[in-house]
Structures are given as structure tokens and as C-alpha cells.
Design a protein around this ligand. Structure first.
Ligand SMILES: Cc1cc2nc3c(=O)[nH]c(=O)nc-3n(C[C@H](O)[C@H](O)[C@H](O)COP(=O)(O)O)c2cc1C
Length: 257
């Protein structure tokens, strides 16, 4: 079994860097062949742009999906992206480490998705959702927040972080993954204590322990429910008797404004 880890953090000595080390060691001990994409250390360019394509379908106008599909069919996907997409597609388990930055993923991770989820190779209209290329594979995100668990709860000042991260996880469902319940570790650099408690462990040590346990229990971790393709009608809207699993795909318009 192969596990691929993606780290989106500029500092290797950060808590995210430390957790990535835990992932590498734990998954290795658990029998996985582990690869790591440390995006900052790789100097990964997250900006999808025409400069990456030496061969073009249309030299006059750059249209990202057109060039991705053309280069996928032509065997000329940019080398950095080709390597990343191979690692993604070869993995049985994908682990993503990132800090929450402005209620989203750091730009380097968003850009990794923009470039590596290649139209024509990683997805196309007949190859997404239930028919996604990554079906049967698992992905789990380990996300840190600066804000406390209370601030990030359903009635907290920062908004419900589970809702905030749903759109970050959905692309992985789009390409077919079983998306496991993410690990969200709060108060890093804030209320989470780096001082040891009576048992000799700090809050960060405890987080590290619980992350190790999560990695060792991937087979029983909750898989986030998403609607099946058959839950939608011809008009691509939820059928009246289909289940709804989140406010993002619902029978009623959520009141926001
Ligand atoms: C650009 C930037 C934006 C941030 N935005 C958020 C945020 O939206 N919510 C939050 O709880 N923390 C936010 N933080 C704090 C980080 O999430 C926190 O410092 C990080 O999770 C700590 O982990 P680390 O030690 O591995 O960096 C932000 C930090 C930075 C640098």
C-alpha cells in the first residue's frame, strides 16, 4: 500500500512540519510505502499560467482547461505537475497537512490543486464524482487553526470550521476519493499550551498522539457522506427524496442574505 503526504507550510519546524514527520513515521511503521510532497521546499509554482506550456492547443488565447486536456492527450503535461499527479494517482491513501489561512488553504495548496488536478488526466465529465479516477482511495486532511476550538465551533466567532473546510475537501470527492473526517487541531500558537501538563505532555504532544491514533485507525475513520450521482436529476439538482448531507447541497435554500 502506498501513502502520499502533501505539506503546505513554509517552515519545516512548524507544528505542521512536525505533524508531517509523525505521518511519515507512523504510516511507514504501519507498512505503507510513503512519499512526501513538501510544496514549499520543492518550490512548487502554484500559479496555473501559459508559461508552463511549451506546446499549446491555442497559441493566441490561454484557456487553462483546454491546455490541460490538450497536453494530457499529447503526453506533454509540465514535468512538475506530471510527477505530482502520478504520486496522487499511485497513492492508496493521501494525507494533506496545512494551516488554516484566511479561512482557506494556503495559496500553494490551492494552486497545487489548480495545476495537479489536470483536466483530461485527473478528471473529465465522464470521470468525476462516483466515477472519479481516485475511487477506492482514501484522503484525510490534518488542519491546524490559530483560533481556539470554542471560536471555531458552530456558534463561535470564527464560524464553524467544519463548514469552512467542506469546500476544501469537496474537490477530493469530485475526483473520486473517499474523504475521511478531517483532523482539525485548534489553538496552535494560541491557547494550545506548549508547557507540559502533569503527565509530562503538552497540548501539542497530545495533539500529536491523537493524530498518530487517527493514522493508525484510517480503516474505521468516518467517511464523509456525499450525494451519489443517482441522487441528482437530469437537471443536476437534488431529487426530492434524495438525502442531503450538508447545507451545501440541500433541499432548501440556506438563509444567508
Ligand atoms: C496568512 C495567515 C492567515 C491565517 N488565517 C487564519 C484563520 O483564518 N483562522 C485561524 O484560526 N487561524 C489563522 N491563522 C493562524 C494559523 O492557522 C496558525 O498560525 C497555524 O495553524 C499554526 O500552525 P503552524 O505552527 O504549523 O504554523 C493564519 C495565519 C496566517 C499566517
Amino acid at each position: 500500500m502506498k501513502a502520499h503526504i502533501v505539506l503546505a507550510h513554509p517552515e519545516k519546524q512548524s507544528f505542521n512540519g512536525r505533524l508531517t514527520g509523525v505521518s511519515e513515521a507512523t504510516l511507514g511503521t504501519n507498512g505503507f510505502e510513503v512519499t512526501v510532497s513538501d510544496l514549499y521546499r520543492m518550490n512548487f509554482d502554484p500559479c496555473e499560467a501559459e508559461k508552463h506550456y511549451t506546446v499549446r492547443s491555442d497559441d493566441a488565447v490561454f484557456h487553462a482547461q483546454t491546455e490541460q486536456r490538450f497536453n494530457a492527450n499529447n503526453g506533454s503535461i509540465p514535468a512538475d505537475v506530471s510527477q505530482e499527479s502520478d504520486k496522487l494517482l499511485n497513492a492508496d491513501v493521501l494525507v494533506i497537512h496545512f494551516p488554516l489561512w484566511w479561512f482557506g488553504a494556503p495559496a500553494i495548496l490551492k494552486g497545487w490543486m489548480d495545476r495537479v488536478f489536470i483536466y483530461g488526466k485527473v478528471y473529465k465529465s465522464q470521470m468525476r464524482y462516483d466515477a472519479g479516477i481516485c475511487r477506492g482511495k482514501k484522503m484525510i486532511a490534518c488542519i491546524t487553526t490559530g483560533a481556539s476550538a470554542d471560536s471555531c465551533s458552530f456558534d463561535g466567532r470564527e464560524g464553524d470550521t467544519r463548514l469552512v473546510v467542506w469546500p476544501l475537501l469537496f474537490p477530493f470527492r469530485y475526483i473520486g476519493f473517499d474523504v475521511l473526517e478531517p483532523m482539525i487541531l485548534h489553538g496552535i500558537g494560541g491557547v494550545a499550551s506548549i508547557e507540559a501538563h502533569e503527565d509530562g505532555l503538552s497540548d501539542l504532544d497530545r495533539y500529536e498522539e491523537s493524530w498518530r491514533d487517527v493514522l493508525s485507525g484510517l480503516d474505521t475513520r468516518i467517511v464523509i457522506p456525499f450525494n451519489a450521482d443517482s441522487d441528482f436529476g437530469e437537471d443536476k439538482r437534488l431529487k426530492p427524496n434524495a438525502p442531503s448531507y450538508s447545507p451545501f447541497v440541500s433541499h432548501q435554500k440556506t438563509t444567508l442574505w
